[in-house]
Design a protein around this ligand. Structure first.
Ligand code: CA
Length: 225
């Protein structure tokens, strides 16, 4: 789950980022409206957490503009401006939820998960294929109800594949889904993750297989019976 955190107070941003990462989100931080728009030009976060008091522009103006441009990404506003009229104004301008500051990172994470579970939201609570099930909130993978010891990065990779099960997913698409902007994966990092996943799945009698399409990408599919 990728999250864009728009927050100009860097100490607060790092604290929140760390806490959200511990909850399984991959977090990019933007410190201004301008930085947020630059990030959104190249990244597709699953959810946006927006502070309203930004140095270069009112967060509500940014929010209205994103909605006018047709961006449907769920947006949680987290702000000190949390009076009743301000909350109503924020929701009317296209916020999906509104939280007053100071906000506990655990509550920010929980509200983001709730937004992602909404009907039509990008993330269902569970992704399953044959006897494999991935819990997108708990970040766990089970085969026939037995949990597998899957590292966080590999859960991210499997999630990217399961969302597009049965189609070949180009490696750039997988990398865009699992790495934040300031992470530079090594050239063989994705191959290594895929090979660990394939081994784990094979060892646990998973009825799915990850196919390697050389030079293109990867595809997860149910094994033929
Ligand atoms: Ca601020």
């Amino acid at each position: 789950m990728k999250l864009l955190l728009i927050e100009d107070v860097s100490a607060l941003a790092s604290l929140t980022r760390k806490a959200l990462e511990d909850e399984g989100f991959r977090v990019d931080v933007a410190g201004s409206a301008r930085e947020a728009e630059d990030a959104l030009a190249v990244e597709q976060p699953d959810v946006i957490v927006l502070d309203l008091g930004l140095p270069d522009e009112d967060g509500l103006v940014l929010l209205s503009r994103l909605r006018k441009l047709g961006r449907t990404t769920p947006i949680l506003v987290v702000t000190a401006r949390a009076g009743l009229n301000q909350r109503i104004d924020g929701l009317d301008r296209g916020a999906d939820d509104y939280l007053g500051k100071p906000a506990a990172p655990a509550e920010i994470a929980a509200r983001c998960r709730a937004l992602l579970r909404r009907p039509g939201g990008l993330l269902g609570g569970r992704l399953s294929l044959a006897n494999v099930e991935l819990d997108t909130a708990g970040r766990t993978v089970a085969v026939a109800d037995r949990y597998l010891p899957v590292a966080r990065r590999e859960v991210d990779v499997l999630e990217a594949l399961l969302r597009r099960a049965g189609t070949v997913v180009p490696r750039q698409v997988i990398e865009a889904a699992i790495y934040t902007m300031d992470e530079t994966p090594g050239p063989n990092a994705l191959e290594a993750s895929i090979s660990r996943l394939r081994k784990l799945l094979a060892e646990s009698d998973a009825a799915v297989v990850i196919h390697v399409v050389r030079g293109v990408g990867y595809m997860v599919a149910a094994k033929p019976r």
